[in-house]
Design a protein around this ligand. Structure first.
Ligand code: 13P
Ligand code: SF4
Length: 355
C-alpha cells in the first residue's frame, strides 16, 4: 500500500508495536496500520504540518502520528508557537477553533468537523450577552470548551489546568463561570469569590459516582484516584487529586505509587499505560463519543484533500474578541501561578518521538 517496501512496513510495524503493545495492540494490528502511519507522517513532513493529539485520542494516533500529545492548554500553546504552515488537530471542534484563533495565518484542519462537545454546545454567544445584562458587576470566565463566539462574548477563558488561577486573578469579587455547572461548583468550594454558574455538563464526567470510587478503593489497596474537575462535586471530594488531564499526567509521573484510577475519558488511561508500563491503571473510565470520531483514515484524508468543512474558519467579527479572551488567560496565569498545579501556566504537553 502507498508503495512502501516490505522492509519499511516491517520496521514501522515494529516501532508501533513497541508502544502500542502496552495498550493491548497485537503485532498484526500494528502491521495493518503501518502503511497509514507512514503515509501520514510523510504528508505531514511535505506540508510542514504539525499533528496535535489530545490525551483522549486513541494510542494509534498519539503514538503513531502525533507530533505532540497533551492537554487542551498545552496543545493550544503549541498551536500558537509552532513553526508550521498547517495544524492537524486530533481533538474536538472547539480545540481546532482555539488553535485557529491563536494562529490566524496557519491552516487548521479538523479530521472530523462533527466532533463536538456537550459543554461547548450548552451555551451560545446570545446566552452570554443575556447573562451579562443580568450580572453587569461580574467578570465573565468561560471554560475553553466553548465556541469562539462564546469566548468573544466573555472577558477571559480558562482550562481545567488554570481555572482557579483565573478566577483568583479576576478583578471583581463576582465571577460568572460558564458553562460547566460542576466545575463552577468545584471552583466555588476552593475560592472566596462569589461564583455564578450555568447548566452545561460533560456527558462523560457526569456519569461518575462517588459510590463507584469507594468500591474501587476497597478492592485495590494503595489505589490513587485522580478525578477530572468536570465531575460532580461528590466525586471530586472522594479523589486524591482533582484537576485537568495535565494534572493527572503530572501526578502519575511524580508519584511513587503504582496503582491509579483515572476518573475521566478512557484515552488518558491508555496513554498512561504506554508511557508508564510499570504502573497499573484500573477501574472506571468512560468514552467520549466526540473524541472517538477521529481515526487514522480521517487524518490521512484531511492531509490528502481537506474538504471545506474540515478547514477551520473563524468569523471575522468573532476573531478579535476570542483572541483577547484567550490571550488574557495566558497573561493572567503568568501573573498568578497556582502553586499546587505545575501545569497551570503552560499546560501539559509531550513532544513525540514519531519520525
Ligand atoms: P483538559 O483541558 O484537561 O485537557 O480536558 C479537556 C476536556 O475536554 C476534558 O473533558
Ligand atoms: Fe466535551 Fe466531555 Fe468530550 Fe471533553 S470529554 S470533549 S468535555 S464531551
Amino acid at each position: 500500500m502507498f508503495g512502501y517496501s516490505q522492509e519499511a512496513l516491517g520496521a514501522e510495524s515494529d516501532r508501533l508495536h513497541q508502544a502500542l503493545r502496552h495498550a493491548g495492540w497485537t503485532p498484526s494490528e500494528c502491521g495493518l496500520i503501518a502503511p497509514l502511519t507512514l503515509r501520514i507522517r510523510d504528508l505531514a513532513r511535505q506540508q510542514r504540518a504539525v499533528i496535535l493529539g489530545h490525551s483522549y485520542q486513541t494510542p494509534d494516533i498519539l503514538f503513531g502520528v502525533a507530533d505532540y500529545r497533551g492537554d487542551s492548554l498545552g496543545l493550544s500553546r503549541i498551536a500558537r508557537d509552532c513553526d508550521a504552515d498547517t495544524i492537524v488537530f486530533c481533538g474536538v471542534r472547539f480545540m481546532g477553533e482555539t488553535a485557529k484563533v491563536l494562529s490566524p495565518t496557519k491552516r487548521v484542519l479538523l479530521p472530523n468537523p462533527d466532533a463536538g462537545c456537550s459543554l461547548s454546545e450548552a451555551i451560545t454567544g446570545e446566552d452570554v450577552r443575556r447573562l451579562r445584562r443580568m450580572h453587569p458587576d461580574a467578570t465573565f470566565v468561560c471554560y475553553v470548551n466553548t465556541s469562539a463566539e462564546v469566548k468573544a462574548a466573555c472577558d477571559v477563558c480558562c482550562t481545567s489546568a488554570n481555572a482557579l488561577a483565573i478566577v483568583e486573578a479576576a478583578p471583581t469579587d463576582h465571577v460568572v463561570f460558564l458553562p460547566d455547572t460542576f466545575m463552577a461548583r468545584n471552583l466555588a468550594a476552593m475560592t472566596t469569590k462569589r461564583i455564578t454558574g450555568f447548566d452545561g455538563r460533560c456527558i462523560v464526567h457526569e456519569t461518575f459516582s462517588a459510590e463507584a470510587l469507594a468500591a474501587w478503593r476497597e478492592r485495590v489497596p494503595g489505589l490513587r484516584i485522580l478525578v477530572h474537575t468536570e465531575s460532580p462535586p461528590e466525586v471530586v471530594a472522594a479523589a486524591d487529586l482533582a484537576g485537568g488531564t495535565g494534572d493527572m499526567v503530572d501526578y502519575v509521573r511524580r508519584s511513587p505509587d503504582t496503582s491509579f484510577m483515572l476518573v475521566t475519558e478512557c484515552g488518558l488511561a491508555d496513554r498512561m499505560r504506554v508511557e508508564y508500563p510499570d504502573k497499573s491503571f484500573v477501574g472506571t473510565c468512560a468514552l467520549c463519543p466526540h473524541m472517538k470520531r477521529i481515526d487514522l483514515r480521517r487524518v490521512l484524508q484531511v492531509l490528502e484533500a481537506p474538504r471545506p468543512e474540515q478547514i477551520v474558519q473563524i468569523p471575522p467579527e468573532v476573531q478579535a474578541g476570542a483572541a483577547a479572551a484567550i490571550e488574557r488567560m495566558f497573561e493572567w496565569t503568568a501573573r498568578g501561578q497556582d502553586a499546587s498545579r505545575p501545569h497551570s501556566n503552560a499546560g501539559e504537553v509531550h513532544r513525540s518521538s514519531n519520525p
